[in-house]
Design a protein around this ligand. Sequence first.
Ligand code: TYC
Length: 109
Amino acid sequence: MAEDQENDQEPGQGVGVVTKTAPKTKRPSLYKVLLLNDDYTPQEFVVWLLQAIFKKDPEEAVRVMLHVHQNGVGVCGVYTYEIAETKVAQVMELSRRNQHPLQCTMERE
Ligand code: TYC
């Protein structure tokens, strides 16, 4: 039978050795968390939020806030999907609780 021949282990008789395994790690996709400008959210609240949620130092927080204020949108950080989703949810919840219309979204890089 063919199966018996394959198990004979003679050279060149169909018993192979795997010499290379496929890499098992895949780099995760990354997502930009974007903050949107509006006319009502106080600048100080945005600066505070960028420090609290995105771990910016005070100078970087002001820089990002002013960029969003002047350009309409800006990147707060780049994260894997679940982290980005959590950051967006935290921004939306803090904005809602403080009755600000601040909007935040995410976009695949
Ligand atoms: N434009 C707002 C103001 O002048 C400030 C602001 C900045 C709001 C960034 C939202 O994502 C924002 N009060």
